[in-house]
Ligand binder design. Sequence first.
Ligand code: B12
Ligand code: SF4
Length: 462
Amino acid sequence: MASVLLIYPPLSFEERAALSAYAPPLGILYLASVLEGAGHRVRVVDAEAERLSLEELGRIMEEERPEVVGITCLTLTLDSCKRIVREARRRCRAYVVVGGPHISVCPPELLGEIGADAYVVGEAEGEILRIVEERPRGLIRASEPQDLDSLPLPARRLVEHVEYGQFYGMKMLGKVTGILTTRGCRYGCTYCNRPKKLGFRARSPRSLLEELKLLDREGFDSIWIADDNFTNDPRRVIKLAELMKEEGLKFHFFGQARVDTPSRALYRAMREMGVLALSYGVESVVPRVVRWYAKTPHPERWPEYVRRTLELCKEHDIIFLGSLIFGAPMETRQDMERSIEFLERGGADFINGNILLYMVGSAIWNWARREGKLRPDQFVATAPELGLTPYSREELQELCNRCADFSKREGWKSAFRKILGRREMGLIWMGVRRYVGDYLKVRRVRREIYGYGYGKRYTTKE
Ligand code: B12
Ligand code: SF4
């Protein structure tokens, strides 16, 4: 039996986002479940949500003296990940293995800089026992589980001391956890650096129902759906809603969806099962820009999809959080303003503006590399930094701030109207607390609401 410490790093050890206590890190909780099933002792540390400093994390390593330290690495948490590896070297004699989305997209010859003993590409459920028991070195390629229903459920118990549930400014109601209903993505947006080779796989509605029944027994009230796109297969969602209705099950669900499945039957089903808020990657409503992002094979239909989704969310009292990206090479200021106005006038509750990032593994990063704009080890850069937009960082930040201001001004008013429309006392109480707290400028509430993403203003050069 080995003792294993699995760590989810923060975006930054110095700057802590209000959104950090969002949802449990399901990836390492799935791995923990496999390891526990085979008799290994596992501790999971969510350094982001627990707001641990590097020093505190180091002390945990000293106390635990793990034989294996496993770390998740995203492209934007690479720096924190490297610091954790160095800390592990200083504090314990563990074998250190790193996995997660960044490892799957990083050029293999550059992985060594992280300083770990082994690097795992792909989803690691099928490989984790061998890794912990045999401790191989170098690059390990894991093959993706195809039958998701057969995986053991994530070991949520290991993070029960963490209070999750910050969702773009709202504290989700009651006890909160996450669930995965699909893995992989069917699309290929050019700015996205999600590993493309992961095929799309879905859990069956029956197996999801069993997990939801368990979560109900365990007292969970709200659930973050961690899928890339929950509405990928509307029939599956409709079936799940039917099964939940038969069982009398209902949760408050939050998650991510795309705008190109605007079917009334789907939104009715989502409303019935309790979906309260969905975040949509709108990115732009200008077909020329949408085409460059390869969001859809039908860029000219995109504005119509957005419009219909906004209407369906209004009709079904689902809070609409729309994300926009600014800084595509051919995108003009008028284009960006058009996208903002489209969402503002169309009834979005919250808008999140982002400056376009070129991230390793994405199609646009590969293109910029071929154009000689990036060094091979420059894993992430903004469009203005690379001179790939005619606009400066400050000009794009101003547009992001306009979205933040809209979210602050309008977001809670319209979201609260939707909450009232649901006629559920618990939700209304949640809304009143946030709304009144914000109105009275209660500092803690304001920080929680606007600390990150929707409502985050740029003040200095970031
Ligand atoms: C939920 C979520 C969040 C939540 C975090 C909640 C949480 N604690 O997980 C929030 C909203 C806070 C968030 C924030 C961010 N996120 Co996020 N997020 C997701 C999302 C939707 C689900 C994560 C998940 O549960 N996946 C399911 C599990 C099963 O997969 P997994 O985590 O990849 O784990 C498997 C493998 O990677 C591997 N593995 C993972 N860790 C380890 C460790 C070891 C030791 C081993 C061996 C293997 C291994 O095995 C796991 C089991 O199969 C993913 C998209 C997705 N569907 O994965 C994006 C995603 C991970 N996020 C992404 C990004 C960019 C971010 C941010 C950087 C955004 C930003 N600009 O701030 C921040 C980073 C903050 C932070 N510290 O993580 C990108 C990462 C891309 C990349 N290549 O790095 C993703 C892939 C989205 C995308 N489509 O691009 N995110
Ligand atoms: S942005 Fe979302 S929909 Fe597009 S490829 Fe990435 S995960 Fe898929």
